[in-house]
Structure formats: C-alpha cells, structure tokens
Design a protein. Structure first.
Length: 308
C-alpha cells in the first residue's frame, strides 16, 4: 500500500516528512515515481493531468492539496465511488481574507484611479467614498468566503453575501441563489469565492457586470473560468467596471500575450491569494489518512455531483 504525490507547484519534501512521521509504514512516492501502480491506495494532488488517475486500479481516496477540486473532478477517468477530499481552511482562510480585504481597500481608496493619474503625471485628489457607503458583495459563503466576509465587515464595510443556500452570518446581509439581482445591484466591490462547477463556469460575464452599479470593481480569487475574459475587458473599457484584481486565470501561467497583463485597470497576481503550506495543512491530510486507514469517515468529502 502506498501514496503518490503529484504537484508542479508544491514542494514534496515537507509533505513526505509529515506523512512519514505520522504513517511510517506508508511509502510516499513523488511523481513521476509511483512504485507498483497496483499498490497505490492514495494520491495527494494539485492539478493532476486528465487521465492520470486511471493508472492506479486500487485507489481508495484522492486527497487534494487545495480547497478547490475542479481540476481533479474534471478528469473523466477519475474512478467513480471513491472519496475526493478537499482542504477545509487548513490555513487558507486567513490568507484569502487578507487578499480580499486588500482588494476592497485598494478599490475603495481609489488606488486604481490614482495609479492611472500617476502615469499621466496628474496630481488630482478624488472625493473619497465613506466606508459605510462602499458595499462589498461576496459571492460564495463557504469556508473561505464566509471568513473573508466577516473580516471585511470587521473593517467597517457593509458586506453582502450570496450563496446557493441561505446563510446567517453576523454582520453580513446574506442572499441566496434567487436574489442575485438584488445582491449585484448594491455591490460596489464584488469579491468572488465560488467553486468552479458547471453551474458557476462563466458566471462573471457581460450580463452580470451590467447588473452592478457603474464603476464597480472586481476581485477574483476563486477560478479563472468563472470569468468571460472578453466581457471583462469590454466592461473595463466601457467604464461599467472600474478595475479588477485577478489572481486566477483560464490558463495558468497566464499567457504572455493576454490583454490582462497590460490593461491599465487590471492587476494580475500569479495564483497566490492563498498558498497551501505543509506546516498548516499537513495535519488535516494526515488526520484523513488515519481516518481512512481505520475505515472511518474522512473530513472534507467533496460532493462529486455538485462539484464542490
Ligand atoms: P466551499 O465549498 O466551502 O464554499 C463554496 C460556496 O460557494 C458555498 O457557500 C456554496 O453555497 C457557494 N456556491 C456553490 N455553488 C454555487 C452556485 N451555483 N450559486 C451560488 N453559490 C454557490 O469552498 P471554499 O470556501 O473552501 O473555497 C472556495 C473556492 O476558493 C475554491 O473552490 C477555490 O476555487 C478557491 N480558492 C482559491 C485560492 C487562491 O489562491 N486563489 C485558494 C483557495 C481556494 P452553499 O453554501 O449553499 O453550498
Ligand atoms: C485552492 C487554490 O483551491 O490554491 O486551494 O486555488
């Protein structure tokens, strides 16, 4: 019985050490090394290529190195019936809340406009918007979105939240699926925390941008495929949107000729809103391996039907 680690961005060593310390009898292979494929019971993965899991006929569980599992579920060859386990917070929520709050402060304090004025050498004080008039709309009120909504509310912003099912979060006005229009109409800074599923793919499109107040800004730290890129560029060019802070993209790394790189109203970061740290997340993975070994129900089981 063994585990195979696959990631092109996470260093395997801290994971190997943590797993070995907790489960010394479980061989830990780092792809492209996998030992006997028939012996592989667990994979610990970030963005495995489509078809990759097909080679392990006796897999018992797939453990994600991230909170979002869209890349894992996108594999048509993922063995049916086995659990896919995602990270639940595991140190990510604090980082995500900080990034989201940074974006809100940036746009609320009109830094996107000052950056344009600076390029033109213009000294032009702009009228500030009172904090209590800068409504922040958080799409997705799960583990990460709810924490960010609470954090942004603690800074004095009126916060609205939107999720598939109704939520109650102190200090946050919560809307559910059917109230999207009302939620958008009030939102000055839209922050996306949705998982990427068939229902949310392309949700950030021209139709949605048109429902925001003119000049609203976008912080997308969920997935690139939530955005229709051409619609976002058009909304920024027309002034319907004032600016966008983007951490995630359809293709990563973002291709060098993509218009986002040079658009004066876009800030690009390289998928770093929250970075999984073995020092914070390994305990959760190990707890799940112990549970699986004991035949107990693991934590963070993804609803494969819903896609998150
Ligand atoms: P959760 O599964 O805990 O929360 C998802 C939320 O989205 C829930 O509130 C859910 O509603 C809501 N939702 C799902 N589908 C819909 C829909 N069709 N309409 C409305 N609401 C919907 O996820 P996390 O908070 O843990 O993570 C969110 C995402 O953040 C991840 O999937 C990942 O893509 C992204 N991420 C990005 C990182 C980065 O560095 N950029 C780092 C970590 C995560 P309900 O509560 O009703 O089910
Ligand atoms: C995640 C991510 O889903 O880093 O954890 O994007």
């Amino acid at each position: 019985m063994s585990l195979v680690f696959y990631s092109r961005t996470d260093a395997p060593e801290p994971w190997r050490e943590a797993v070995h310390a907790a489960l010394p009898a479980l061989p830990f292979h780092v792809w492209p090394e996998a030992g006997d494929p028939a012996a592989v019971r667990y994979t610990l993965v970030w963005k495995p290529p489509a078809g990759w899991h097909r080679q392990f006929p006796n897999l018992k569980a797939v453990l994600s190195l991230g909170a979002g599992v869209d890349a894992i579920l996108a594999d048509p060859d993922l063995p049916p019936g086995i659990p896919v386990l995602r990270l639940v917070d595991a140190g990510l929520s604090r980082q995500m809340a900080e990034y989201a709050a940074y974006g809100v402060l940036h746009f609320h304090r009109r830094m996107h406009e000052y950056s344009l004025l600076q390029r033109q050498g213009r000294w032009e004080p702009l009228t500030p918007l009172a904090t209590e008039d800068c409504r922040v709309g958080v799409m997705g009120l799960g583990v990460l979105g709810a924490e960010a909504a609470r954090f942004i509310a603690s800074l004095g912003y009126p916060v609205l939240g939107w999720s598939r099912t109704p939520k109650r979060i102190p200090g946050v006005t919560c809307y559910s699926a059917e109230d999207l229009d009302r939620f958008l109409a009030q939102t000055a800074v839209l922050v996306n925390f949705l998982p990427l599923t068939p229902a949310t793919k392309g949700i950030l499109d021209a139709r949605l941008f048109a429902q925001l107040p003119a000049g609203a800004c976008l912080v997308n730290l969920a997935r690139g495929a939530h955005v229709v890129d051409a619609d976002l560029v058009a909304a920024l060019d027309s002034g319907q949107l004032g600016g966008a802070l983007l951490d995630v993209f359809h293709e990563e790394p973002l291709s060098t000729d993509h218009p986002f790189w040079t658009h004066p109203r876009v800030i690009v970061t390289p998928h770093v809103a929250a970075v999984t740290l073995a020092s914070e997340a390994a305990a959760q993975v190990i707890a799940n391996l112990h549970r699986l070994e004991r035949g107990e129900q693991p934590l963070g089981v993804v609803d494969r039907e819903a896609g998150y």
